[in-house]
Write a protein that binds this ligand. Structure first.
Ligand code: AMP
Length: 502
């Protein structure tokens, strides 16, 4: 088995790694570190939770500490992150891995005073972790110069595009020097990301880590079919019955998160919501309270949950099923961190069965059904042959979501289906994002990807799982909103109308 010493990293880095308690590199680290140390660009399909931060931070720290520039510090590494939470977390990782090195790092993001950030920048830093908006603000004000950047990391690129950051990214790219090493990480690889990657990565090594195989294994999953109106009662019952020490509850919308917090409060359960409408102060406080145990239950939307890396989450509740299958994997991966096990419950009402089909197709398994709970509602069970609730083939996304809804709702009262079937496993993927069958075997999606090369511009030829990120996000937007994919709000609205009717 590989250990970190095989990468010939600096002793000071190895010491920091050992202080973190890491013994074995994760798959993304095994694949990314060697080419990065050789100066290659890397395109990584991996999401938070796979160890990807160390996969890029360790080689960057290694090369930067080896080739220290004399004189005043200049920004030599720039990491762009879509959310403040993730940015803060990446910066913490740089602090941990670089603790024995003489390299200065700093995180900057919006929603807080720029003053301390500017002061730190004036003192000189080597590594900057930033969200795009604040980065451009401070560049425009003349506080940041990125013309000496040697390493550019675009993290969670798919979220970046979802959040409308594409123009900001392009602006940043124009300001970077021609000669640099590029890294792009994304949990998914729709065509829009492949195009973006092709626009600035050069002869990149492509690595692909299947997150579901890594994370899903240790998590006890259960699906509960239920009427929408009964979800709250079941949630309260589970929280009271089970020894819920630290739980993350996911709703699809910010409004839904606020409402649920209020309703839980009425049942005597303390919870706090975390989403993009909350101020940065409120988000930081909620996260800190969740980490230190004073807030046992956090109700989050998907975007806000990005980067929540809190140990000891015993339960994840999918109060609403996500309309993107990848979000399910990401959500439940918040539990079972650092070798621990965890429980992930998912509530599925009769408008959500299509989403469940998509999720089970993605993870390549049927989630065990709990029919014993008092609110079991068999009409919410997917019908045989039901299509996934959302199909990521660009324009078809919203349509797919709607089809799923109808299929889920149409034949109400059809009982005794016996739960999701194996037939959903690896069927025809309808242009979906994941190649059927690949996920079932080994830990990696697709064989032989180690040597897999990615050449900018080639990517349209079917090398990537196609599909575009558009459609069906409803009111989730937490980004800048200047270039959000069209058609979303109408899907969101129609979904809200449907829910109101229920
Ligand atoms: P990331 O995907 O970078 O957010 O990392 C997810 C979690 O895995 C973080 O809590 C890291 O501290 C942890 N981690 C990263 N690399 C390793 C490793 N090789 N062994 C054990 N834990 C790790």
């Amino acid at each position: 088995m590989t250990d970190f010493s095989t990468f010939s990293l600096d002793e000071k880095l190895l010491q920091a790694i050992s202080e973190q308690g890491y013994e074995t590199p994760t798959p993304v680290q095994q694949q990314a570190i060697p080419p990065l140390l050789k100066g290659r660009d890397v395109l990584g399909v991996a999401q938070t939770g796979t160890g990807k931060t160390a996969a890029f931070a360790l080689p960057i720290l290694q090369i930067m500490s080896r080739d220290r520039v004399q004189g005043r510090r200049v920004i030599r590494a720039l990491v762009l992150s879509p959310t403040r939470e993730l940015a803060a977390q990446i910066d913490e990782r740089f602090a941990a891995y670089g603790t024995h090195l003489d390299l200065r790092h700093r995180v900057i993001f919006g929603g807080v005073s720029q003053h301390p950030q500017v002061t730190a920048l004036r003192r000189g830093i080597d590594i900057l972790v930033a969200t795009p908006g604040r980065l451009l603000d401070l560049i425009n004000q003349g506080h940041i110069d990125i013309s000496k950047v040697e390493f550019f990391v675009l993290d969670e690129a798919d979220r970046m595009l979802d959040m409308g950051f594409i123009h900001d990214i392009k602006r940043v790219l124009r300001l970077l020097p021609e000669k640099r090493q590029n890294l792009l990480f994304s949990a998914t690889m729709p065509k829009s990301i492949a195009d973006l990657a092709g626009s600035f990565l050069k002869d990149a090594v492509m690595i692909d880590v299947s997150p579901e195989e890594i994370m899903v294994g240790r998590i006890e999953q259960k699906i509960m079919f239920i009427r929408k109106a009964d979800k709250r009662r079941l949630l309260v019952q589970l929280i009271e019955e089970e020894q819920v020490e630290r739980a993350l509850i996911f709703t699809r919308t910010k409004h839904g998160a606020n409402r649920l917090v209020k309703q839980l409060g009425q049942s005597g359960i303390d919870a706090v919501a975390i989403h993009g409408n909350k101020s940065q102060g409120a988000r930081t406080k909620a996260l800190a309270g969740f980490k230190n145990g004073s807030i046992p239950i956090l109700v989050a939307t998907d975007l806000a949950s990005r980067g929540i890396d809190v140990e000891g989450i015993t339960h994840v509740f999918n109060y609403d099923l996500p309309n993107e299958p990848e979000s399910y994997v990401h959500r439940i991966g918040r539990t079972a961190r650092a070798g621990k096990s965890g429980v992930a419950y998912a509530f599925c009402d009769d408008t959500e069965s299509g989403y469940l089909v998509g999720i089970q197709k993605l993870i390549g398994q049927s989630i065990p059904v709990d029919e014993e709970h008092p609110y079991h509602f068999s009409s919410a069970i997917p019908k045989p042959g039901q299509k996934p609730g959302k199909i990521k083939d660009g324009k078809g996304g919203g349509q797919g979501a709607r089809r799923g809804h109808h299929a889920g709702r149409g034949k109400g009262g059809n009982s005794g289906q016996g739960g999701p079937r194996r037939q959903y496993r690896g069927g025809g993927q309808q242009g979906g994002q994941y190649r059927a069958g690949d996920q079932q075997g080994g830990q990696y999606r697709g064989g032989g990807q180690q040597g897999g090369q990615y050449r900018g511009g080639d990517q349209q030829g079917g090398q990537y799982r196609g599909g575009d990120q558009q459609g069906g996000r409803g009111e989730q937007g937490e980004g800048r909103g200047d270039s959000r994919p069209h058609g979303n709000s109408s899907t969101g609205k129609s979904r809200r109308r449907r829910h109101r009717r229920n």
